[in-house]
Design a protein around this ligand. Structure first.
Ligand SMILES: *Cc1c(COP(=O)(O)O)cnc(C)c1O
Length: 379
């Protein structure tokens, strides 16, 4: 099956009781048993819920993976992966990482004895330099947030294989429409379903997708044992969102290109970060591993003044100033004070994240209207 057909059909089937074509919201905590232990595969909704099962199967299919495991947030999904580690284990991660992941790694797991190395991962030599005999996990996010660096997933998979570590890829920015990391050698794909996958800014959820049966069993054990599972209503909303993922992503990419090209020629704009430009330092890798370049764009104004960036953000009419990304509506953000405030200023600057950087999540409105909004706000 091709992608669009899978987005609409994979994993879901008409309700056996009624024939309902849309997956019902099984709003129940428990299931009646005929006799102790004699049940229909469902005992308690933290462990299994039919709405969640269909979503998990749909997610696995979209990534061409065997197992999908859902969580109450993207962070709960990431947390579940880190639970695979022991004190003394080491992780190599990118240095312009989602702020919440950085906070989880450094504030929750570093004090428990897990060591994290943050390196500019678009340079694989920097990754290799941090490999030790305790390296257990390589953590990739690509494109990175908010600098839109591209990390070569196949190259990272080769390093992981050499040192016997797992490779996890946070695919939130790309979605399986743009890239399928399992097919490039990743062991685990992680999602904040809150973003493009749900796509309508109405739900917070996360997921893991993977192939290995043993690893999936362990992660599913943590899903149930630790209990960060989503409710059926939220699963329904993501299932509904997935049905238009391909259409939304296509438009996000088209509008992203139009906005990036407009910004690039604007006399007041110093620099535009977007992997679709041929002079983007990792464009060749992006063109190889991604189907298109996505709707996330960052830019810096000439003069690099924080106050001027904030003035632009205040003037936007369509690009609402808000955390998050990947919804149908366009959003703008100021990473230094919003999404990336939990990363120390010194770490931010080392990663090349200027205090005047503006991040855009380009929505699926009419591109002309978005460009008009940029024109009036930048002046
Ligand atoms: C939002 C986000 C997360 C965290 O997901 P939540 O659903 O907010 O918990 C993780 N990684 C990336 C890249 C994100 O954008």
């Amino acid at each position: 099956m091709k992608f669009a057909t899978k987005a609409i059909h994979a994993g879901v089937h008409p309700d056996p009781a009624t024939g309902a074509i849309m997956t019902p919201i099984y709003q129940t905590s428990t299931y009646v048993q005929r006799s102790p232990g004699d049940h229909k595969g469902f005992e308690y909704s933290r462990t299994h819920n039919p709405t969640r099962t269909q979503l998990q199967d749909a997610l696995a299919a979209l990534d061409n993976g065997r197992h999908g495991i859902c969580f109450a947030s993207g962070m709960a999904a990431i947390d579940c992966v880190i639970k695979l580690l022991q004190p003394g284990d080491e992780v190599i991660s990118t240095n312009d990482l989602y702020g919440g992941s950085y906070r989880l790694f450094t504030k929750v797991y570093e004090p428990l004895g897990i060591k994290f190395h943050f390196v500019p991962m678009h340079d694989m030599a920097a990754v290799r330099a941090k490999v030790t005999e305790r390296t257990r996990l390589i953590w990739v996010e690509t494109p990175t947030n908010p600098l839109l660096n591209i990390i070569d997933i196949e190259a990272a998979a080769a390093v992981a294989k050499e040192c016997g570590a797992l490779l996890a890829v946070d695919n939130t920015f790309s979605t399986p429409y743009l890239q399928t990391p399992l097919e490039l050698g990743a062991d685990i794909v992680t999602y904040s379903l809150t973003k493009y996958m749900g796509g309508h800014s109405d739900v917070v959820m996360g997921a893991l997708v993977l192939n290995d049966d043993k690893l999936a069993e362990r992660l599913s054990f943590y899903q149930n044992a630790c209990g960060g599972t989503p409710g059926p209503q939220d699963c329904f909303l993501v299932l509904r969102g997935l049905k238009t993922l391909h259409l939304r992503m296509q438009r996000h990419c088209e509008n992203g290109r139009a906005v990036a090209e407009y910004l690039r020629q604007h006399p007041k704009v110093e620099k535009v970060y977007w992997p679709g430009f041929e002079n983007h330092p990792n464009h060749a890798v992006a063109a190889r591993q991604m189907r298109d370049f996505g709707g996330m764009i960052s830019f810096v104004l000439k003069g690099d003044k924080k106050e001027e960036a904030i003035a632009v953000l205040e003037k936007f009419q369509l690009f609402s100033l808000a955390e998050s990304l990947g919804g149908v509506e366009s959003l703008s953000g100021h990473p230094a004070t919003m999404t990336h405030a939990s990363i120390p200023a010194e770490e931010r600057r080392k990663a090349g994240l200027s205090d005047s950087l503006i991040r855009l999540s380009v929505g699926i409105e009419d591109a002309e209207d978005l460009i008009e909004d940029l024109a009036q706000a930048i002046g």
